[in-house]
Design a protein. Sequence first.
Length: 175
Amino acid sequence: MLFSGVSFGLGPGDAAVVTGPNGIGKSSLIRVAAGLLPPFDGAVTCDTDKALLTEASALDTDRTLAAALRFWASLDRTVDPGARVAAALEALDLGALADIPVRLLSTGQRRRAAIARVAASKAVVWLLDEPANGLDTHSITRLEALIAQHRTEGGIALVATHLPLAMPDALEIAL
């Protein structure tokens, strides 16, 4: 068992940061929250849509960045996937790379692209597993601003990280 006795609730505008050393269960907690792993005991309840960011970008490497993001955005039940993708590209400073195949992006660009996929989903709950990995200081600042904007709009963020992220008033879950 990786962890026990973890209990928390998040409402509109809330965030929680899951911290702890490598291998302690941060990623597993995110996967439990996403419904990909069953909890050993207890339950996870969430009655709204979720978007998950893991180590894999989940983007088709043969498509252009914009096309790969539009694929995912078109699966969501919200309107205007093209506008949502354009806004996410702009928010993460990826607009100039929209027509570049995903396979040609650097590590940091791929990570920002994966974050753009989450942002373009317009899901209420963002489950972010180590979102700052591979990002430079400027990109981390953009990530922090994007999470803050999401929360201001009533979104919820559950973030597992071993890197410091500015998330004012976030609940800390130390594993």
